[in-house]
Design a protein around this ligand. Structure first.
Ligand code: GTR
Length: 419
C-alpha cells in the first residue's frame, strides 16, 4: 500500500507542476474560443508555388517575424579545426567560423559540424542550440563559447558566461551518436552568437551590425526581430554546408526546440533548401494556433519577449482574431516539403492540441502535391506518431527534446529521403 501511495503522490505532484495555472492563463478546453481560421485559399500546385505561398510568406513578414534583409553581404567561411576521429572514430568534427567581412561589428558564429565517417556525403540536421557547441557535445576539447548567456545555476552559467562546468549540459537534447549511427550529419551553432537573447541583445548582435543606424535603430513594423536574425543564421549554415563535400546539401533538415522551434519554422518557411522542417515543442509564435486561448497566448509572449518578433505582432495581443494569419499557414509554408510537429503531453504551456491542429489544418496543402498530411480530427494517443507528409506526435513527458523525438525525426527523414 505504502509504495503505491507514494507513487500516487508523486504522480499528482507531477501533474500539478505541469498544470500549475499562472494567473489569467486558460487551460480549459471549453474556453479556447472559436474564432474561424484564415483561409489558406488553395487552388492548384502551380498557384501555390507562384502566388499563394509568397503571399502568405509576406503576411508572416509583415505581421509576425519581420522581413529578413537580403542585401547584407556575402558570408565568409573559415574551417578553424578538423578532427577526423571524433566520437571514438564515428565521425569527423569540424568547426567553421562564419562572418560577414563587410559588417565587422558582428562577431560571427561558430558552427560545429559532425559528419558520419561511414557515409560519404550525409544528409544533415541543422539547428541552433541554447548553450553553445560545448554544451551540445560531450567531447571536452570543444572550445567554450565566450558570448553572453543568461545566468543559470543548473547549467553553470556565471556572470553571463559559460564555464567549464557548462560542458555537455545540453547533450541529452543532441544525441549525436544516435544520429550519426543512422547516417546523418549534424550542424549546430549557439543562437546567441547571432544575437544575444534579451531585450537589448540586438545591440551586440547581427541586427545592429547590419542596420544603418546601428544600436540607435528604432524598429518599425515589418522589420525583423530576433527570430528573424536567428533564422538568417540557419541559412548561413546551409550556405556553408553547400560547400562541404561530406554533406549531402540536397538533404538538409532544419530543427529547433521551443523558441528555436519557432526559429526553425521561420527558417524553413523562408529557405527552401531546408527539405524537411521540424518543430519541437515550439508553442505560441510557433506551431500552436494563435486563435486558441490555451496556455501561452499572443498577449503573454509579446509582453515577455517582444524582441523576438516584428513590432506589429504585439498589436495582436488579446486580438488574435484580427491577425490575417494563423499558424496552420506557417506549417503550410513548408509545402511541398515534408514537415514534422512534435508536442509533449506535460508541455501544456505550448498547447499540444493547438500544435496538432495547425498541422491538421495545414494538411489540405499536401493534396495539391498528391500527398497526405494529417487525416485524423483529434490528436493521436500519446507516443503514437501520425501523418505522412505532415508528421505529428505527442510524447510522454515535459518540454524537452528527447531520444524519442529524434528517433521519429530520423525515421521520418529516412522514409522521405530513401534513395
Ligand atoms: C518560454 C516561452 C515559450 C518558449 C520557451 C523556450 O518562456 O514562453 O514561448 O519559447 O520559453 O524557448 O524555452
Amino acid at each position: 500500500m505504502r509504495p503505491l501511495l507514494i507513487l500516487l503522490i508523486l504522480l499528482l505532484a507531477t501533474v500539478a507542476q505541469a498544470q500549475t495555472p499562472r494567473p489569467g492563463v486558460n487551460y480549459d478546453e471549453a474556453k479556447v474560443g472559436n474564432d474561424p481560421l484564415p483561409d489558406l485559399k488553395l487552388t492548384t500546385a502551380e498557384d501555390w508555388t507562384k502566388t499563394r505561398r509568397p503571399e502568405i510568406l509576406k503576411l508572416f513578414e509583415d505581421h509576425v517575424f519581420g522581413k529578413t534583409p537580403t542585401d547584407i553581404g556575402t558570408p565568409k567561411f573559415e574551417v578553424t579545426a578538423t578532427k577526423p576521429d571524433a566520437l571514438g572514430g564515428l565521425a569527423t568534427r569540424k568547426f567553421i567560423h562564419i562572418s560577414l567581412p563587410n559588417r565587422p561589428a558582428w562577431p560571427g558564429m561558430d558552427v560545429m559540424l559532425y559528419t558520419p565517417n561511414a557515409t560519404k556525403s550525409a544528409p544533415c540536421f541543422v539547428g541552433l542550440s541554447f548553450g553553445g557547441n560545448h554544451a551540445v557535445s560531450q567531447e571536452t576539447d570543444v572550445p567554450l563559447n565566450t558570448r553572453w548567456q543568461r545566468d543559470n545555476k543548473e547549467k553553470n552559467i556565471v556572470s553571463n558566461r559559460a564555464t567549464e562546468a557548462s560542458r555537455g549540459t545540453e547533450s541529452s537534447r543532441w544525441p549525436l551518436e544516435l544520429i550519426l549511427k543512422r547516417g546523418f550529419a549534424v550542424a549546430t551553432a549557439y543562437y546567441g552568437d547571432i544575437e544575444p537573447d534579451h531585450a537589448d541583445g540586438w545591440k551586440e548582435g547581427l541586427r545592429a551590425a547590419v542596420s544603418k543606424d546601428g544600436a540607435n535603430t528604432d524598429w518599425k513594423d515589418g522589420e525583423w526581430g530576433a527570430i528573424g536574425a536567428w533564422s538568417w543564421g540557419l541559412s548561413r549554415i546551409a550556405d556553408y554546408l553547400e560547400t562541404d563535400k561530406q554533406v549531402d546539401a540536397k538533404h538538409l533538415a532544419v530543427i529547433g526546440h521551443s523558441r528555436l522551434g519557432k526559429t526553425s519554422l521561420w527558417a524553413g518557411a523562408q529557405d527552401e533548401r531546408f527539405g524537411f522542417v521540424i518543430s519541437n515543442n515550439s508553442g505560441e509564435g510557433g506551431a500552436a494556433l494563435m486563435r486558441r486561448d490555451f496556455g501561452e497566448t499572443t498577449a503573454i509572449i509579446t509582453k515577455a519577449f517582444p524582441h523576438w518578433f516584428t513590432p506589429k505582432y504585439t498589436s495582436y495581443a488579446n486580438n488574435a482574431a484580427a491577425c490575417p494569419i494563423d499558424m496552420h499557414m506557417l506549417i503550410a509554408l513548408a509545402a511541398p516539403r515534408p514537415i514534422y510537429i512534435a508536442s509533449a503531453v506535460e508541455d501544456t504551456w505550448a498547447d499540444p492540441k493547438g500544435e496538432f491542429l495547425s498541422g491538421k489544418f495545414a494538411s489540405p496543402v499536401c493534396a495539391l502535391f498528391g500527398k497526405k498530411g494529417i487525416v485524423a480530427d483529434e490528436p493521436p494517443a500519446i507516443d503514437t506518431p501520425v501523418g505522412d507528409f505532415i508528421g505529428y506526435h505527442v510524447r510522454t513527458g515535459k518540454h524537452d527534446v528527447t531520444d524519442y523525438d529524434w528517433t521519429q525525426y530520423l525515421n521520418f527523414a529516412t522514409r522521405h529521403w530513401a534513395k
